[in-house]
Design a protein. Structure first.
Length: 311
């Protein structure tokens, strides 16, 4: 039996309209990568449409196609992990099902890694055409923020779409954390990476599952997974307000004792109390988020549960 050279992992969630188009691109890809054994691992993350039926039909017509079906929706991070654990290839690719990750780049990614000079060939978008301006602004701000407060440097516009060597995949799988942020993990494990840039591509079919709110929550996951700066920020904020309070007390005492100016202002007092109370709740919220992540880690629950998988 021929050893698998490249494993391609495709996380799926309600991607039934896009999968036939993606598979057609895979067939074209084989003519460009002749002599290279490829397996396709579709990881269904609890889809509600006909995604599983489409995948089963692909398995029947192509022995190179495999699948992992979750018992419910566990999220894209869990799907990526399941695909990495199921992969058998010397090189492993992670890509989306909606064709926003161009399959025609794969021969270049493979050529960059196969000689051993690089362990990873990663991709980044150089433009965000078609995205709302507010979403693009906050995305760029997130990448800048992560680069400053984290030891996991994430390139602006970085995608999950990448080809990795087996030793890099094994390093990623050695990280057993429950709260996973793959872009940060890919960077944190190190290894030499070559970057490939391309223009933003619209979805081939279906609708995006990422709203502004879900992306915002996902960005918070990344910040808390790879930085403790928010905790430091909360501590510094507390010290600053203690200093401001001390100075304010000194000013009030001086005005009363030296100049006889009476202390006044019930409305101003209430405003200060509410403001300080808000700051305290904000700081407690930051601590609470880290505590919640620690709580989830200590439960030792599985990242995902498999309902069905092909052999």
């Amino acid at each position: 039996m021929q050893e698998t050279e490249v494993s391609i992992i495709i996380p799926c969630y309600d991607e039934a309209p896009a999968l036939p188009l993606l598979y057609a691109e895979f067939l074209k890809l084989r003519s460009l990568m002749t002599g290279i054994s490829i397996e396709y691992i579709f990881v269904d993350d609890g889809s509600r449409d006909e995604t599983r039926d489409v995948i089963r039909s692909l398995v029947k017509q192509d022995s190179c196609v495999r699948y992992v079906f979750f018992s419910r929706n566990f999220g894209k991070e869990a799907a990526i992990l399941a695909g990495l654990e199921a992969s058998q290839g010397k090189f492993v690719v992670v890509m989306d099902a909606d064709l926003q990750d161009p399959p025609e780049l794969l021969p270049e990614l493979y050529a960059a890694v196969k000689d051993g000079e690089y362990d990873c060939a990663a991709t980044r978008r150089v433009s965000r055409k078609g995205e709302p301006a507010i979403r693009s602004f906050f995305a760029r701000a997130f990448y800048r923020l992560m680069s400053r407060i984290s030891d996991a440097h994430i390139v602006d516009g970085a995608r999950d779409y990448r080809l990795m060597s087996r030793r890099m995949v094994d390093a990623i799988l050695s990280l057993k954390e429950y709260n996973r942020f793959s872009k940060g993990i890919f960077s944190w494990v190190g290894f030499e990476t070559r970057w490939f840039s391309y223009e933003n591509i619209e979805r081939a079919a279906g609708e995006t599952k990422w709203s502004f709110w879900t992306l915002f929550l996902y960005s918070l996951e990344g910040i808390m997974a790879f930085s403790t700066v928010p905790l430091v920020f909360a501590s510094v904020l507390g010290m600053v307000f203690c200093l401001v309070a001390f100075v304010t007390i000194c000013v009030v005492i001086a005005k009363t004792v030296i100049w006889g100016d009476p202390v006044s202002g019930y409305p101003s007092l209430m405003s200060v109390i509410l403001f300080i109370g808000g700051i305290q709740l904000f700081a407690i919220g930051i601590v609470g988020q880290y505590l919640a992540k620690t709580y989830l880690e200590t439960k030792n629950r599985p990242v995902y549960i498999v309902q069905e998988k092909s052999i």
